[in-house]
Design a protein around this ligand. Sequence first.
Ligand SMILES: Cc1cc2nc3c(=O)[nH]c(=O)nc-3n(C[C@H](O)[C@H](O)[C@H](O)COP(=O)(O)OP(=O)(O)OC[C@H]3O[C@@H](n4cnc5c(N)ncnc54)[C@H](O)[C@@H]3O)c2cc1C
Length: 462
Amino acid sequence: MIEATRIKMLRDEPPREGGRYVHYWMQQAMRAEGNPALDYAIETANALALPVLVSFGLTGGRGPNYPDANARHYAFLLQGLAEVGATLASRGIGFVIRYGAPPDVTLEFAEHAAVLVCDRGYLRPQRTWQASVRDRVGCRMVEVETDAVVPVETVSTKHEFAARTIRPKIMRLVEDYLVDHPQPKVKVRAGDLGTTSDVDLSDPLRTAREQKVDQSVGPVRRLQGGLANARSRLKRFLGSGFDGYAENRSEPHRATVSHMSPYLHFGQISPVEIALAARAAKSAGQDDRASYLEELVVRRELSQNHCWFEPRYDSYESIPDWAKKTLDEKRGDARPYAYTRDQLEAGETHDRYWNAAMQEMRDTGYMHNRLRMYWGKKIIEWTPSPEEAFATALAINNRYFVDGRDANSFTNVAWLFGLHDRPWFRRPVFGTVRYLGDNTLRKFDADAYVRSVEELSAAERA
Ligand SMILES: Cc1cc2nc3c(=O)[nH]c(=O)nc-3n(C[C@H](O)[C@H](O)[C@H](O)COP(=O)(O)OP(=O)(O)OC[C@H]3O[C@@H](n4cnc5c(N)ncnc54)[C@H](O)[C@@H]3O)c2cc1C
């Protein structure tokens, strides 16, 4: 049974007479298993004795582009969608993928639907698209939340102040949501529904290269999209990297983190599935399991809360007033170094450890959390104004990370500037916003990290 709190009626009309299928507009949850919106569509279709059609509207190509998306992002997304198409076919569910603005593609197929089901995204583009479909569609439309362990508005009805304020609200509810729901089977298999796709998923990398998007940031070997890849990576992590996570997760040169963030960003794996697997893992201690769930559930859902309740989440305006005030007071402080965005992206600073972090991000699409903090704090220190630093950090973050452009991206960049944090000791440039100095690099083997980046970059070039 899908939790009632995941389900929201967006257009309350009886199922359309003569509808040929139940239509699931896939947007946020790009997976064919562990997907409550798909399960809901199947249950609805079974009750109406109809097949299910899943549609995906792809920006890029001939259509409008998704903000900041490039070939790296498209490659990962298309790898995942190729798997979705194959899995849906094996489950007797129709799948169509078309170039175009997602609302237009959805409305075209919704014309013949008895019911339209959609999933839910927390960021502005997805919210805008959903509102546009809701206002124009002529049939029942139901939203099913797929992206959080505990749905955002079930946790809280306001913008939360910090992890400590949201944690008890999540923890009170989390057990009710950590449930492995059986996957429903379709009663009516989808035959020829008269739909044709125009996106070629037979070779996702080639299709990614053909998109009219920024091709200068290309696919990476280190991260390959899709649920099967997510599951095998998770299995490896839980089998060998999880023991000691609570302590080792802060050591970038050890590969003891799960790398689930790109898969979560594209909705290619359910956060509930990850949480259940982590909770059941015998390979780690109680501390490790608790620490992982703190990141996956509390920190991740704090980010979703921020983007849902703060309309200015992608601008400097989203940082707290105390932080704006203190950064403003320090606006005139001399910066120890000043770099342009181009110099930063090229990794041409005086700091070889920072340059290595930038290289990891640029060449492989990923960076460890501790280094993301160091990387971002230095951008504040080396940029003429805090507003410019915010814009630069966010742009680089979203350009190179496969998990970029996520609620986590906007929230964590704002964290660099004091969001969800408290005032610390007063410093030049930062005022009372938390500063991270070179001692951050002494807490792990920074030279081993630089060597590991060289190896990762070489593997990308091989
Ligand atoms: C400046 C800065 C920028 C960041 N940009 C992004 C970004 O663009 N996209 C992104 O997904 N994350 C971002 N993060 C958060 C975090 O660094 C990544 O989620 C994490 O490193 C992903 O690696 P992992 O999946 O191996 O993490 P693991 O340690 O294995 O954690 C498991 C999961 O918990 C969640 N998680 C872990 N750390 C955090 C955190 N600090 N905040 C919220 N959720 C977290 C993620 O969903 C992650 O996949 C950023 C952090 C900072 C400080």
